[in-house]
Design a protein around this ligand. Structure first.
Ligand code: BEZ
Ligand code: FE
Length: 312
């Protein structure tokens, strides 16, 4: 830009790095007056969070000179997400996932629950995603979660020990929920061809903290692409794929529940997960095993849980 270019009077278009902030032309007291409308009975948390949200959303609209037509497109997208959502599909959550919001609030939550200053390492968390089922029945250790074995699947013996992250003591009686999709990229509740609870199990650690099961080597799959989240991905010129992963939820009444995912080191999309959930510590190795009648691969995955913090 030459030195003779006039300075814009609005802040539309965004300032370049190092450029002074541009002055906008909109009512300077409008946002404060909206925040000030909050009544005395609003809870302190509601007052704080909504004031911050209103300020950020107003700044976003001003900074980008959002027009009525553009705002209405956003409203229609949210309406579409709500209309598509039901107890088997949460499109609004998916919209949050593709802009990284579920991953961000997961990071915030785990820092608050475990404590950012803890001097021990817990297993890292990752997003729950929309396909968890609360009602998975209890499963015996060393059972298989494969009710329908696809012809192209590799079977893996997955096992590990759950321990207290601070002391290393193995923990008995911890519930370990595991779920994954089939090789067609669909979870059982998305696919009428799969038996109910296929590729899901809810295990309990024994007196040595051990859990074990047979599962399939996971495959990459696209997040549902036929709704507003898919539309947003297209508009942003992004692909919908997730790297191959297995979901885990582990905990009991004395330990902070862990929700996480483990990712196959050999999978595609580790570097560009469509929902931004990969963490280095969660990348695992499936190793060939021989002389095992039920599996051709082994995956050892130990889990370290944080004891619940006493209430302040
Ligand atoms: C999943 O891992 O199952 C998932 C996570 C976020 C969005 C869609 C799917
Ligand atoms: Fe998944």
């Amino acid at each position: 830009m030459s030195s003779t270019t006039p300075t814009p009077t609005t802040n539309g278009g965004g300032a370049g790095a190092g450029a002074p902030p541009k002055k906008h032309q909109y009512d300077p007291v409008f946002t404060d007056s909206v925040i000030a409308a909050t009544g005395p009975k609003a809870s302190p948390r509601m007052r704080q969070v909504m004031a911050s949200l209103i300020r950020h959303v107003h700044d976003f609209a001003r900074e980008n000179d959002i027009t009525v037509a553009e705002w209405m497109q956003g409203v229609e997208m949210l309406n579409w997400a709500g209309q598509m959502s039901n107890d088997r599909r949460n499109e609004t959550q998916l919209l949050c996932d593709v802009i990284g919001l579920e991953s961000l609030v997961d990071e915030i939550t785990s820092k608050l629950l475990v404590g950012a200053d803890a001097d021990y390492e817990t297993t890292k968390s990752a997003i729950l995603g929309p396909f968890f089922r609360k009602d998975t029945p209890p499963t015996e250790n060393d059972a298989s979660i494969i009710k329908n074995l696809p012809p192209d699947a590799e079977v893996a013996y997955m096992h590990g020990v759950v321990s207290d992250a601070a002391t290393g003591t193995p923990l008995a009686g911890v519930t370990v929920d595991v779920w994954q999709c089939s090789t067609n990229g669909l979870y059982e509740q998305q696919d009428p061809e799969q038996t109910e609870f296929n590729l899901r199990g809810k295990f309990t650690t024994d007196e040595n903290g051990y859990y074990g099961l047979y599962c399939i080597r996971p495959v990459p799959y696209p997040v549902p692409y036929d709704g507003p989240a898919g539309k947003l991905l297209q508009l942003l010129d992004r692909h919908p794929y997730r790297p191959a992963h297995i979901h885990i939820m582990a905990g009991n009444d004395k330990y902070t529940p862990l929700v996480t995912q483990i990712f196959d080191r050999k999978t595609q999309y580790l570097e560009n997960d469509s929902v931004f959930a990969v963490k280095d510590d969660l990348v695992v190795d499936f190793k060939p095993i021989t002389g095992h009648s039920k599996a051709s691969l082994e995956l050892e995955y130990n889990i370290r849980l944080a004891a619940m913090k006493p209430r302040a």
